[in-house]
Write a protein that binds this ligand. Structure first.
Ligand SMILES: C[S@@+](CC[C@H](N)C(=O)[O-])C[C@H]1O[C@@H](n2cnc3c(N)ncnc32)[C@H](O)[C@@H]1O
Length: 392
């Protein structure tokens, strides 16, 4: 709850244009605003979690975006606005709410170098530039977005009548100004006037059919040709293969497991395992550590000839959150049930190297949905977070 005194300051000093309205620009914490933040969040699919991520908002007004990102778990949040009185209100709101947000009085027209000396040069996972570009030097704003965006820039234009921000104009202008090559049009907000919204990114979107999810990822669009079937109890062992070898002939493909999904391309030597389905891990750093643990175990298993060789860990994202992907040797072949000798040698290799698996045993993982045969060799492809390296 905001104190009565602060509510009054928000109403008076959180306006835009200043002194011309009877309430603040943004609705905050139940206080009405010219803009209905809930409506905007709905349209842009404002992430439910910013766990461990970093956020910057250009022209943040009284700080609604910043405060909400912080409430949703963001690690570092920076809000900038040139109106000092509004920034003071934002700071007081953060203080009353017990949120650690960096608010700065800063004029975008002062340029990138000035901003660097104020906030440093670390990039941000999310950059917000909503209803701001007509109010400042758009080239200077573009410099800042280009410099600070690590993954996603959320962009809202202004109304069509006063500013001419039609979708077709914005498509052209955003392409001209920003070096973020991928533009996803999200839709119109209409709480005040109709405004166009975009998400801009340095990486492409990949469709993952099983959960109707998608991730942004360096690479091309992958289509699902065959979905993995989780109902393996009725099908394994010795049941129907989840993915037939023919699937690999069709170019790009993906299949989804419970805790990860795999993207491959029949013409490529590398594929990506995206670790996205562990519900207990929401913090970005924990996600990375999880990916690193899987990476290390898979490295050990590949040294023994039991798993595809992992190359590197990459960060990717969908509309809600970030994930990590392991880029790895792309094993193309048929899903098989390994014979007893192979299983025995894997089990003893794991014992010697302190590798085990919680939930069920290493042996129990040796089922066709996890094992691919390529050139007469069998690879365990689905090393997930249940695998454990004992002395790690
Ligand atoms: C239309 S409001 C948008 C506020 C917020 N981005 C939103 O969408 O809810 C524009 C905001 O940008 C700020 N602003 C305008 N020109 C600016 C500039 N040159 N540098 C920094 N902030 C500026 C204003 O003070 C105001 O808070």
């Amino acid at each position: 709850m905001i104190s009565e005194e602060l509510k009054q300051r928000l109403k008076e000093k959180g306006q835009f244009p200043y002194g011309k309205r009877d309430r603040a620009y943004q609705s905050i914490d139940g206080e009405p605003g010219i803009r209905d933040m809930e409506h905007r969040y709905d349209i842009i699919q404002f992430p439910k979690s910013f766990d461990g991520e970093t956020v910057i908002d250009f022209g943040c007004s009284a700080g609604a975006i910043c405060l909400d990102a912080k409430k949703r778990g963001a690690k570092r949040v920076v809000g900038l606005d040139y109106k000092d009185e509004t920034i003071q209100v934002a700071k007081s709101l953060a203080k009353e709410m017990g949120l650690d947000v960096e608010f700065y009085t800063f004029n975008i027209d002062d340029g990138l170098e000035g901003l660097k000396s104020l906030i440093g040069e670390d990039k941000f996972d999310h950059v917000f530039a909503l209803s701001i570009w007509a109010h400042c030097d758009e080239n200077k704003l573009a410099d800042m977005i280009n410099f600070y965006t690590d993954k996603l820039c959320w962009f809202e234009g202004h109304n069509t009548i006063t500013y001419g921000d039609t979708k077709s104009k914005m498509d052209l202008e955003l392409e001209r100004l920003l070096d973020l090559p991928y533009h996803e049009y999200i839709g119109e907000t209409n709480d005040r006037s109709v405004r166009q919204n975009y998400k801009l990114s340095r990486s492409l979107r990949i469709e993952l059919s099983n959960k109707n999810d998608f991730v942004y990822f360096s690479g091309e669009i992958f289509n699902t040709v065959v979905e993995a079937n989780h109902d393996y109890k009725n099908k394994m062992p010795g049941g129907k293969h989840l993915i037939e070898k023919d699937s690999y002939q069709s170019g790009k493909y993906n299949y989804n497991g419970k805790y990860s999904c795999y993207l491959g391309d029949s013409s490529s030597d590398v594929g990506w395992k995206i670790l996205n389905f562990d519900p207990s891990v929401t913090n970005l750093e924990d996600k990375y550590n999880n990916a690193k643990r899987i990476f290390d175990i898979q490295t050990k298993l590949s040294e023994g000839g039991f798993a595809p060789k992992p190359h590197q860990i990459l960060k990717c994202h969908d509309s809600q959150t970030f994930y990590h992907a392991i880029e790895m040797e792309n094993v193309k072949g048929k899903f098989v049930q390994p014979d007893e000798d192979w299983i025995e040698s894997l089990v003893s290799y794991c014992r010697e190297n302190g590798i085990t698996r919680s939930g069920w045993s290493v042996r129990d993982d040796c089922v066709p949905k996890n094992c691919i045969e390529m050139d007469g060799k069998i690879y365990l492809v689905d090393i997930d977070y249940k695998w454990i390296l004992l002395d790690a």
